[in-house]
Ligand binder design. Structure first.
Ligand code: HEC
Ligand code: HEC
Length: 233
């Protein structure tokens, strides 16, 4: 210890600029960003009822419920990666724009703000491991699709199955099954991996149910959907 006074000063500075303070600064920056970029739709209190948002269909997410649609986490919860994806890419075909021009740090700060609205219901889920070493069988996937999906999405995948009309989401608003032939309309991504998570978890708060099927079956359905139904539109 050659220079104790210097060390003391350094420790004091560290304490002042320590993690506590940085967190407070991040939180303040996060709320500011949220208020300027998100609150018009999602509401100042995160209730999904902002002055612009309340006229949209589907409505913006109500963050107080900690319920998300495009999720790959355990128990149908959202991982941070799921939320990052929605923020960075937006959700095509809905009012949710892309905020990919924000820095990763800004996007992460917004996730903290969003999760904060749900208080103790806040559910940061772990990602369900994507099954490895399974060979999907698209022909069998077609059979399974007929049995489990065609009722809503239609045999052609155009979202025109016999039960397509009259479906309601968790807030009582009408919702249509997605047209699975249009790649660009998959809000949560059109890779087999994305479809796997949509089928496994369903879309919480909407009319798309979760399916308790073996991974082999889900992957075969996902292969059929992405390889045979989804075009490049
Ligand atoms: C112009 C309106 C609008 C603005 C501005 C907006 N959103 Fe959204 N947001 C929506 C709509 C509409 C949805 C629901 C889309 C759906 O249900 O498919 C949504 C959904 C979401 C979701 C849910 C994703 C999921 O998996 O369920 C997240 C997260 C989100 N928005 C974050 C944000 C953040 C963060 C901001 C600000 C940086 C923001 N939004 C700004 C309209 C908006
Ligand atoms: C009870 C009707 C119903 C059944 C059965 C059903 N879906 Fe859906 N599905 C929906 C609705 C409604 C949506 C749109 C939800 C929304 O936008 O909030 C949807 C959305 C989806 C999406 C979302 C695409 C995206 O990222 O935007 C995929 C993928 C999907 N369904 C695949 C399937 C598959 C595969 C099956 C069979 C295993 C299936 N669905 C069974 C009603 C259904």
């Amino acid at each position: 210890m050659k220079n104790p006074p210097f060390l003391c000063a350094a420790l004091l500075l560290f304490a002042l600029a320590g993690p506590g303070n940085a967190q407070t600064q991040d939180a303040a920056a996060g709320s500011l960003l949220y208020r300027s970029l998100c609150a018009s739709c999602h509401g100042v209190s995160g209730d999904g009822n902002g002055p612009v948002g309340r006229f949209l269909l589907p409505l913006p997410r109500d963050f107080r419920k900690a319920e998300f649609k495009y999720v790959s986490g355990n128990g149908g919860g959202a991982t941070d990666h799921d939320l990052l994806r929605a923020i960075a890419r937006g959700l095509t075909g809905s009012g949710m724009p892309s905020f990919g021009s924000l820095t990763l740090k800004e996007q992460e700060t917004l996730i903290t703000v969003i999760r904060g609205f749900a208080g103790t219901k806040q559910a940061r889920a772990e990602e369900i491991p994507f099954p490895a070493g399974i060979q999907p069988d698209p022909a069998r996937g077609q059979q399974l699709y007929e049995n489990h999906c065609a009722l809503c999405h239609g045999s052609s995948g155009r979202g025109d199955g016999p039960a397509a009309q009259g479906l309601l989401d968790g807030r009582g608003d009408p919702v249509r099954p997605r047209d699975l032939t249009k790649k660009a309309d998959y809000r949560g991504g059109s890779m087999a991996r994305d479809v796997y998570y949509r089928v496994r978890n369903g879309m919480p708060g909407s009319a798309m149910p979760a399916f308790e099927l073996p991974d082999q079956d889900i992957l075969s359905i996902a292969a059929f959907v992405t390889q045979r139904l989804a075009g490049n539109k």
